[in-house]
Design a binder for this molecule. Structure first.
Ligand code: IVH
Length: 688
């Protein structure tokens, strides 16, 4: 190592201060004023430099450093925290009459005292409370049950619109409450990526926001591009600002928060009377589809915070505020045709094609009919008009049939009996809602789907081959199944798809061949996953690979032996058995083996020091990531357990260990060891 290139601590300290100031400034301009003062590239370079410096000198890493924005802290379990002030919810209603009643009641209770209302958006996300002390974010907690929530501070720090350090004047001690939302654009991009990776997409942005805040690895959360919409600034009763006129109204408090660096949405209106409230509601009921994030209603609050106590609260919600919720938009439109889509594993999904209709900001032409049971349950007939809804979900849903519009003599939909692509008779396994096409190796969407799965990131990771290129290779008659990929030559590839966006030039061809060559090092368990056997996901593939050790033992196993593997059920066992009982599949495996792919698990063991021990890990470690420490346990002959039981030998405790695990270990008398104890235990092997 070149010692001279390591900055001396004083210069490091200076550089950290400099970078922090610069990055904070760029961040502020970006989020508050929508201005990029530097290119993404330059920004990333500065941030990376700061992250590296703080890694090298952890004592320079402050909890409010912008380097925290990239995440890195890992939380196995989120600490439970009791809210200092309970997080109440709001009374809500779908009826305008109830809003009128709320307004009249409030006016009556306030008995001639002058006051106004604020109307603002009801953000559709996850409620959190952020505690700030002396201008710094100290804790972020989810709403939970209103009394106790989860401490998600490390994930919250990665949300760009949550300030870590405040600007200007701020109360010494307060809580900023608001909703973390997942804006539509990054949400859809993330879902597309998940589908490409073979992960289940999230149903809606709210679920995705909630899932993201609960990610154990905050670096993953940082990638999610969440947004914080503040709706409340809460002061403790003895705060000096309680008597400051600037803090005497809800709108004033939000304006103050904006000055501190919170991104406060501009869509807030002070209203004098019910007419203005109703106008606000009507406006946003239509306009909501033009927002970059989801809302599910409007919140109306009494603006003068000094009147809140006078109005009081009921058991669950304050009397000084109410939420009006938008109804899901629903339209009726004629069904023109039911078509069928065939997925990678042959599953056939019926799709309703309808007369185009305007719904919630987009034109809807198609919507899924899920499966044969769904069509039967709704009793859909030919020519029916379907009721389509769009609620918080962006995807339109078919919710029923408009029976009044059913044409005379209409016949019920008869479900397809043959595959719409290859004409093979469809089959339905017992107990399953869906039909599938069994022609795995001759049905185009299945062939292409299998190829896409095979090259996927979690499988063989051949990223120079996307779906368009695979289609090119198929159309050129070069690739029909995964084994064909390994017979490709540069000559065959160069010039393919001339004139199209996915055309392959010399450099592209070299990249493809290189990636194919590299894929020969991909471990057996991923090769097994890449084969795309029905029901065999990543975990199942791992378990099968470990249990059988190599492809020959796996191919020779009967259903009973397969079902005996941990986490492999009977349905999967039958699917695996059927897969390898197919001569074409066996031939493909042989060709892949001949091409040099890994067909057996490699014993990664480096020692036997932990033989017979089961070790449960908890918390964060200095020298290992969680995956690394688990792998290390196995490499030294031990078993990495997931929960503490009578069989646990040790609880290996890192920093911020969950209190539950500790309690359980103490109760069962399981010995607790530290990271350095662990290193000493395996140290004899001489390797980490
Ligand atoms: S005010 C004491 N304002 O809607 C009441 N809530 O039950 C404080 N929400 O889970 C809430 N947008 O998280 C308020 N502009 C807004 C809001 C909002 C969304 C959520 C809130 C709560 C639910 C109301």
């Amino acid at each position: 190592m070149d010692l001279f290139s390591t900055p001396a601590p004083e210069s490091a300290r200076q550089r950290v201060a400099e970078l922090t100031k610069l990055i904070d400034h760029y961040n502020y301009e970006y989020y508050m004023n929508d201005q990029s003062l530097v290119s993404d590239y330059e920004f990333d370079a500065l941030l990376r430099e700061l992250v590296e410096l703080e890694k090298q000198y952890p004592e320079l890493s402050l909890p409010t450093s912008p380097a925290r924005r990239v995440g890195g802290e890992v939380n196995k379990q989120f600490k439970q925290v009791t809210h200092r002030f309970p997080m109440l919810s709001l009374g809500n209603t779908y009826s305008i009459e109830e809003i009128e009643e709320f307004e009249a009641r409030t006016r009556k209770l306030l008995d001639g005292v002058p006051f106004t209302y604020t109307c603002e958006l009801k953000y559709d996300g996850v409620a959190i409370g952020l505690t700030y002390r002396r201008g710094q974010l100290v804790q972020a907690v989810t709403r939970g049950n209103g009394t106790v929530g989860d401490d998600i501070t490390s994930n919250a720090r990665t949300v760009g619109t949550i300030p870590l350090r405040l600007h200007g004047d701020w109360p010494d001690d307060f809580e900023a409450r608001g909703e973390v939302v997942y804006p539509f654009e990054p949400f859809e991009a993330m879902n597309r990526q998940r589908e490409a990776d073979g992960d289940a997409p999230f149903a809606n942005p709210r679920n995705a926001a909630s899932g993201s805040l609960k990610l154990q690895d905050s670096a993953e959360c940082a990638k999610r591009k969440l947004m914080f919409c503040m709706y409340f600034l809460m002061l403790p009763p003895d705060a000096p600002q309680q008597s400051d006129p600037a803090y005497a109204t809800h709108s004033g408090r939000l304006a103050a928060a904006k000055e501190m660096g919170f991104k406060v949405q501009p869509y807030i209106k002070e209203c004098q009377n019910i007419k203005e409230i109703k106008d606000f509601i009507d406006y946003w009921d239509h306009e909501r589809w033009n927002l970059p994030f989801g809302i599910d209603g409007v919140v109306i609050k009494v603006n003068q915070t000094g009147l809140w106590d006078r109005l009081g609260t009921t058991a669950k919600s304050p009397r000084w505020a109410i939420a009006y919720k938008f109804k899901a938009e629903r339209v009726s439109t004629p069904l023109t045709e039911v078509t069928y889509q065939v997925g990678r594993t042959g599953i056939v999904t019926p799709v309703a094609n309808m007369e185009p209709v305007w719904l919630g900001g987009t034109t809807v032409r198609r919507a899924t009919l899920n499966n044969a049971d769904f069509i039967a349950k709704l009793d859909i007939h030919e020519g029916d008009s379907l009721l389509v809804e769009k609620g918080g979900e962006i995807i339109p849903k078919i919710v029923g049939v408009d029976l009044e519009k059913r044409p005379e003599g209409a016949r019920p939909i008869t479900y397809a009996t043959v595959c719409p692509v290859c004409g093979t008779r469809l089959v339905r396994s017992e107990g399953e809602a869906g039909y599938y096409c069994p022609n795995q190796d001759g049905c185009l969407p299945q062939i292409l789907g299998q190829l896409e799965h095979f090259v996927g990131r979690r499988a063989m990771d051949i990223d120079s081959l996307g779906s368009e290129r695979l289609r090119l290779l198929y159309d050129a008659g070069l690739v029909h199944n995964p084994a064909d990929l390994y017979d490709l030559t540069a000559q065959q590839l160069i010039g393919l798809g001339e004139g199209s966006a996915s055309s392959i030039q010399e450099k592209g061809a070299i990249n493809i061949l290189k990636a194919l060559e590299e894929s020969k090092r991909v471990p057996f368990e991923r090769v097994l996953f890449a084969l795309g056997i029905r029901y065999v996901g990543e975990v199942g593939a791992k378990k099968l690979a470990r249990h059988f050790g190599n492809i020959d033992a796996l191919m020779a196993a009967n259903v009973m032996e397969l079902a005996a593997v941990e986490d492999v059920g009977e349905v999967t066992a039958v699917a695996v058995f059927d897969f390898f009982n197919n001569a074409a599949h066996r031939q493909m495996v042989e060709r892949l083996r001949a091409a040099g792919l890994q067909m057996e698990s490699v014993d990664t063991r480096v020692g036997n020091q932990l033989e017979g021990m089961t070790i449960v890990v908890s918390g964060v470690f200095k020298h290992f990531s969680r995956d690394e420490i688990k792998a290390s346990i196995e490499q030294h002959g031990g078993k990495a357990g997931s929960s503490i039981s009578g069989k646990t030998t040790y609880l290996l405790a890192g920093e911020n260990m969950g209190p539950e695990k500790l309690k359980k270990a103490e109760k069962l008398g399981v010995a607790i060891i530290s990271e350095s104890d662990y290193e000493a235990m395996i140290g004899e092997g001489g390797e980490k």
